[in-house]
Every structure is written in structure tokens, then in C-alpha cells.
Design a protein around this ligand. Structure first.
Ligand SMILES: [Zn+2]
Length: 274
């Protein structure tokens, strides 16, 4: 677990949970997205906010860290109440929510709006870390598309792997574009300059990236099928880790919140190799 203080100096400023949520909703245009999880305030802790903890996922370890930090609110990318999950507040979900309520901690989550935001979004932050320039959406016809197309200085697969490893602190799983017998020399000479990018569990967007003429696609997770899709559509795939690719957005949003309201915000990274 790593804690990074990303706030302005500590003050006694107090804000309401409504003001905090309204600001973030507006900033991220949260209501414009069709999502499979509610965005914004998910658990109301019932008290004003003086300290905020941010993290990727509202897991129990993050809640414990927030309690230890005396935080009044947790802001995350992965909250609760996903479409299709049991509606009851029992078991693991029950324990998490009970802990939040007992300690008066509010939980605020932003999913797709935080992936897509052009400034603080996960995709924007990952592109910045990898020296990629976002040039447009991966799905140009959608009104609030998630996923981007980016360009970079033409570089070899090995150079891109080194860049990702350095930026994220872990080596990506790479699937080479071609499977033909004589492909190894072709693949090693291949230069990558047009890249599809979408953080998290967006591996199936690789087909759209191929359709859009990308040399490579970067996301977090990989499925068994992704290997065959990459090989057969001739597009290099880099699985960089769901958690690893989604640490940027919530940290950037925390900075904006801290600047706006002058409350201390601490990002707490709960290790996750997936
Ligand atoms: Zn995610």
C-alpha cells in the first residue's frame, strides 16, 4: 500500500458531500454517460467533509486505510452497485458498506466519465505517461465515446514495451500482430505510430482499433480470445494491467478537487497485480 499526498496544504476547510459531488458531476459531465454503475455519490456517510482519500477500487483495504487516515470521503473509479450484481447489501458488499456507514465515510465513484475525460481521464493520463498524443475517439459516431486513438513518434515494439514498463512499473503482456511463419523478422522491424488506447477491461475494443487502422492497441486486461484477434487482425496488443492503467484518473481528479475546495486529498494505492 502506498499513500501519496496530492493535496494542497492541510486546512480546516469543511465542504458538504452535496457540493463535492455536484462539482465532480459537472466537471466530468457524469450525467451524459450511459454507464452500468451509478456515477457520483453511492454511499452517504452523513457528515461534512474535511479529508478525502482516493483510490482505484472501494475495496475493504482502501476503506480501512481511509479510516486510519481519518477521511470523511472516499473517491474511486470502481465503486459498487454494478448492473447484474446482487442488489442485497450482504456478504462482502455488506461488510464494506457497513464499515463506511459506521465510520460516517461517504463513497463517491466515477466509472466511464473518469475513463473518458479529456483532461483527468484514465485514457488521457495513460497517454500522457506513454508520450502519446490523443487525436480522436476510437468510436467516432458515439456521443460520449470511451477509448481513443493516439499517435506517437514511430517506435519499435521493444521500445514501446520499455516505455510502458517504465511508466507503469510492470512489464506488459505483448501479443505480436502476426502469426505466419516468416513473421518474426517482419514483427521486429515493424514501427508503431498509431495506437488505440482504452484502460481497464477494454480488451474487446481491439477489433475497433484494428478497424480504425491502428498498428497497436493498449488496454489493461487480456482474454484468451484477444491473442487470436491480435494475431489474425494484424494488430499488436499490449495488456498493461487493469489496475495499473487506471491509477491516473482518480489521482488527477483528486488534485482538481483539492485545488477547488482546499481540502487535503490522499491517493492510496492498494497493490493489485491484475
Ligand atoms: Zn476499470
Amino acid at each position: 500500500m502506498t499513500a501519496i499526498d496530492i493535496s494542497t496544504e492541510s486546512t480546516n476547510t469543511t465542504i458538504t458531500v452535496e457540493a463535492l459531488t455536484q462539482f465532480c458531476d459537472d466537471y466530468l459531465s457524469a450525467n451524459a454517460f450511459k454507464d452500468y454503475v451509478p456515477n457520483g455519490l453511492q454511499v452517504d456517510g452523513g457528515r461534512p467533509i474535511q479529508r478525502i482519500v482516493t483510490g482505484v477500487t472501494a475495496c475493504e483495504a482502501l476503506i480501512d486505510a481511509a479510516i486510519a487516515d481519518n477521511a470523511d470521503a472516499i473517491m474511486v473509479h470502481h465503486g459498487y452497485f454494478w448492473k447484474g450484481e446482487p442488489a442485497t447489501i450482504t456478504g462482502m458488499k455488506g461488510r464494506r458498506i457497513r464499515k463506511l456507514m459506521q465510520h460516517g465515510i461517504s463513497m463517491i465513484g466515477y466509472h466511464l466519465p473518469l475513463d473518458a475525460h479529456p483532461v483527468v481521464g484514465n485514457n488521457a493520463m495513460l497517454a500522457e505517461m506513454l508520450d502519446l498524443t490523443i487525436t480522436g475517439p476510437l468510436y467516432p459516431t458515439e456521443s460520449h465515446p470511451v477509448g481513443n486513438i493516439a499517435t506517437c513518434v514511430p517506435q519499435s515494439v521493444d521500445d514501446l514495451i520499455a516505455k510502458i514498463t517504465q511508466a507503469l512499473g510492470r512489464t506488459p503482456l505483448h501479443i505480436a500482430a502476426e502469426y505466419h511463419e516468416n513473421s518474426s523478422s517482419k514483427t521486429s522491424n515493424r514501427l508503431i505510430e498509431r495506437i488505440g488506447i482504452c484502460t481497464g477491461g477494454a480488451q474487446d475494443m481491439i477489433e475497433q482499433a484494428a478497424l480504425m487502422g491502428c498498428d497497436a492497441f493498449i488496454s489493461g486486461e487480456i482474454s484468451e480470445r484477444t491473442t487470436h484477434i491480435a494475431r489474425e487482425l494484424g494488430i499488436d496488443y499490449f495488456a498493461c494491467g487493469h489496475h495499473a492503467t487506471e491509477r491516473g484518473g482518480i489521482q488527477a481528479l483528486g488534485k482538481i478537487v483539492s485545488q477547488e475546495f482546499g481540502v487535503p486529498v490522499t491517493f492510496i494505492d492498494i497493490d493489485n497485480p491484475a
